[in-house]
Design a protein around this ligand. Structure first.
Ligand SMILES: [Zn+2]
Ligand SMILES: [Zn+2]
Length: 346
């Protein structure tokens, strides 16, 4: 079978690997569609994603859907031929975080397609892979495998919105209009936000944000300079989602969120040397909080997609066969024309 493996910086190969064996409680899936995420891009372009460094060939991919081709002994949740959304996280279930119901913070999380552990937990950009049945969510509706591959990033957006608390009647700001920013726009609408402003420094993702529900989209790099211009342009927000990972965007959030408001950090900020007007957090009594991956949100994410309560189609900018995974990664790296690029298996 074919598998896409990253060996190092810009060294991605589509190689032949043996097909996996199915054990008790396991399910063998054929890849349907797999979305390329920012962390996959980091592994490809830099050989690392934050602190996670590639130390052996890594099969990327944690946003995928598939079709069941074989089930191991004892499996009851799915059967051969089922179309499934796949939860890439496998928490231990026993540590303190898991027992508190915060499994995304599990001490021993095994997350597919991640170099956080060694040996790495291999991902889903391959023809066939085996995972535990509880990570498979069968879907009988007309939702396509391409749509179901959004279950993971939509879960990230839903978890960020859950972290923000009630958004009913609130004005929100989203800094960063990429796929996660756009999914947060949709999730915030579902949660009752009345006004949504999105900022970015690239035109194309802002245009997509508009089609998925943003009221106003602002190119922050094109504002005239001067005190107050940014706050005037962006307006006031009760809650901000900082999705870009840019310190300048965090400063935008701090300058525009109302006193007593909340900022949810979604994007990955630089690991060191961060400068931002932190004193605003104290003098304006703001809540600044993080959000990491997702937990139980995966369940309702699959329902929203299966029942088409959210429309993710405007976010798909291309599908490439697994054989041309490199083309998919090259295309995904161009924010000027790409949003979510998927690798598919016919
Ligand atoms: Zn992702
Ligand atoms: Zn745990």
């Amino acid at each position: 079978m074919l598998a896409c493996r990253i060996h190092g910086v810009e060294d991605l190969r589509v190689e032949s690997l043996p097909e996996p064996e199915v054990g008790p409680g396991d399910v063998c899936l054929k890849l349907g569609a797999g979305g390329i995420c920012g962390s996959d891009m980091h592994y490809f372009l830099h050989g690392r994603a934050g602190n996670f460094v590639i130390r052996e060939p890594l099969i990327p991919g944690h946003e995928a859907s598939g079709t069941v081709v074989k089930v191991g002994p004892g499996v009851t949740r799915v059967k051969e031929g089922d179309k499934v959304a796949i939860n890439p996280s496998h928490a231990c279930g026993g540590c303190r975080a898991c027992r508190l119901g915060r499994e995304n913070l599990c001490d021993s999380m095994r997350f597919l397609g991640s170099a956080s552990l060694f040996p790495h937990v291999q991902g889903m950009f391959r023809e066939y892979f085996v995972i535990g049945e509880r990570q498979c969510y069968p879907v009988a509706s007309a939702a396509t495998l391409g749509e179901l591959a959004f279950a993971e990033p939509l879960s990230v957006a839903l978890h960020a919105v859950n972290r923000a608390g009630s958004l009913l009647g609130k004005s929100i700001l989203v800094t960063g209009a990429g796929p996660i920013g756009c999914l947060i726009v949709m999730a915030a609408r579902l949660a009752g936000a009345v006004h949504v402003v999105v900022t970015d420094v690239v035109e194309h993702p802002l245009a997509v944000a508009k089609t998925v529900g943003a009221d106003r989209c602002i190119r922050v790099d094109q504002l005239p300079t001067g005190t107050g211009t940014l706050a005037d342009a962006v307006g006031e927000a009760d809650t901000a989602f900082e999705v870009s990972g840019s310190p300048a965007a965090l400063a935008t959030c701090l300058a525009t969120v109302l006193r007593g408001g909340r900022i949810v950090q979604v994007g990955t900020l630089p690991a060191e040397g961060l400068h931002f007007p932190a004193n605003q957090i104290m003098v304006r009594e703001m809540d600044y909080m993080g959000t990491f991956r997702f937990g139980v949100e995966f369940d309702c994410s699959v329902r929203y997609l299966a029942e088409r309560r959210v429309d993710v189609q405007p976010l798909v900018s291309g599908q490439y066969p697994l054989q041309n995974a490199e083309g998919a990664f090259r295309s995904a790296s161009d924010r000027g024309r790409s949003m979510k690029v998927q690798v598919v298996c016919g």
